[in-house]
Design a protein around this ligand. Sequence first.
Ligand code: COA
Length: 154
Amino acid sequence: MIARLIDTIELREMTNNDLQQVIAIEKRSYDFPWSDVVIKDCLVNKYDCYVAGNDNILGYMISKITNQDSHILNLTIDCEYRGLGIGSSFLDLMIKKCKLHRSEYIYLEVRINNSIARSLYQKFGFRSIGVRKNYYRNKTGREDAIVYRRNLLI
Ligand SMILES: CC(C)(COP(=O)(O)OP(=O)(O)OC[C@H]1O[C@@H](n2cnc3c(N)ncnc32)[C@H](O)[C@@H]1OP(=O)(O)O)[C@@H](O)C(=O)NCCC(=O)NCCS
């Protein structure tokens, strides 16, 4: 039997050793990336940070999981590994962990023009619950954020 690539990719907790690769992916992926300090602080402050891959990091998710509301703060897959199901695997993991913690809702914000990410979140049961006007910087000015929520109780 031929193994699917996605089944061979490990998701694990992020460590300090992963930071340089995570920061490099962040810079490659966004016009306005998070700073190195912000990413390091998430790890230091015990946010729920995960990576895909072992020595070679393919993507990461930074989240905060609590027994009430949880948040996905950053979900990024390195350019050449997109479309393989890794983003979906991170959302599966997030939903499982949140249910274990008895979290009721997962929240996130996404750029209104990021149709790929919006399609991913909708596929996983996230529903749009509002708009933050001019929330993000973009190359021509500002862009709205759509706020999504996943109800874990249904
Ligand atoms: C958005 C992102 C995380 C998706 O991760 P991914 O691993 O590529 O996604 P998957 O392979 O798991 O795809 C899952 C779903 O996403 C959507 N999707 C993925 N690639 C897509 C594409 N090229 N066009 C349209 N929809 C797409 C589809 O709904 C897809 O489901 P399907 O395969 O049943 O059609 C990834 O593209 C990424 O890192 N983008 C840049 C950073 C970013 O925008 N992050 C989100 C910020 S909120």
